[in-house]
Design a protein around this ligand. Structure first.
Ligand code: ZN
Length: 298
């Protein structure tokens, strides 16, 4: 069923596990993510970037429809929303939550933009993820992996000022494929966990190492963003199988299975396997309703 990311993360934080947030860009990947989560009896977050699909509103509603029918809790979040306007589109697309990413701008600009998104989102029961410090690119890891880590004191001030619901932190991971070996700053993460009052998010999970991710989730990461490894899984689903002749009819099945293999693995790595049982799924789903299940008045 469709639930808010706040609900998913509150239970995960209390029980010290991480929830995989899986990148999706078409109906096949949404269904693959949901099927894998159901097989693992895990809560699931679907990551939807604004440019992932040519029709953002249609795609958001598709994700909501499929999520609503799932046997496990599913949330849908706008990933790396670049602007306030994109966040408004996330509302229109029926997503449960939104991320506004102004982490490349100065602190004051970032805080100002996040506050605006929070005002919009909280009026209709949606949650907001912000990013402080900056998670850069794996291809530029020699620089991005070490500069702009999240400062714990600044993070406390930022959450208090903006009232954001989730905070993406830079602790040594990076987006995409790493050039070099990822080094996670666990001491920094512990300090963030002890001081910051909202669930922490790890971006750039792909290629960061299973042990690193498991340890980060045990220490205090609640949501782990993953995309690259899943798409690699899809590609390998084709490369490693025979699609000659009429076998090509199975092409979508191979893509889906390639994605699911990677997804299943990460539910285990993050510690969320079996944890869907901790959620109350007897309430009505969130589709068009607020956190408590009622229709929110404007
Ligand atoms: Zn990211």
């Amino acid at each position: 069923m469709l639930v808010s990311m706040k609900t998913i993360c509150a239970v995960a934080r209390e029980n010290h596990f991480g929830v995989p947030a899986l990148g999706v860009n078409n109906e096949h990947s949404i269904r693959a993510a949901v099927e894998a989560a159901e097989e693992k009896n895990s809560p699931l977050i679907l990551l939807i970037t604004y440019g992932a699909h040519p029709d953002f509103v249609y795609f958001g509603k598709t994700a909501a429809e499929i999520g609503e029918k799932a046997k496990v809790p599913v949330a849908t979040i706008l990933d790396h929303g670049p602007s306030y306007e994109t966040c408004v589109w996330a509302v229109r697309a029926g997503l449960t939550d939104m991320m506004i990413d102004k982490s490349s701008t100065p602190y004051e600009v970032n805080a100002h933009e996040v506050k605006r998104a929070v005002e919009l989102a909280h009026a209709i029961g949606m949650g907001v993820e912000a990013e402080l410090g900056h998670v850069g690119s794996g291809e530029n890891y020699a620089v991005d992996g070490y500069s702009n880590l999240t400062d714990p004191e600044e993070a406390v001030r930022f959450v208090k000022e903006t009232n954001c619901d989730f905070l993406a932190v830079a602790v040594g991971t990076a987006h995409g494929v790493y050039k070099g070996t990822p080094e996670i700053r666990f001491e920094r993460l512990k300090e963030l966990r002890d001081k910051v009052p909202v669930p922490l998010v790890l971006h750039g999970g792909s290629g960061s190492g299973d042990e690193n991710i498991s340890k980060a989730c045990e220490i205090g990461i609640t949501k782990v963003n993953l995309a690259n490894d899943l798409y690699r899984g899809m590609a390998e689903g084709l490369i490693n199988n025979d699609i000659s002749g009429n076998k090509v009819y199975g092409v979508y099945g191979l893509l889906t299975e390639g994605y699911k293999q990677v997804a299943r693995h990460y539910f285990d790595v993050c510690g969320s396997t079996g944890k869907a049982s901790l959620y109350d799924l007897s309430r009505p789903g969130l589709n068009g309703r607020s956190e408590d299940g009622s229709v929110k008045e404007a």
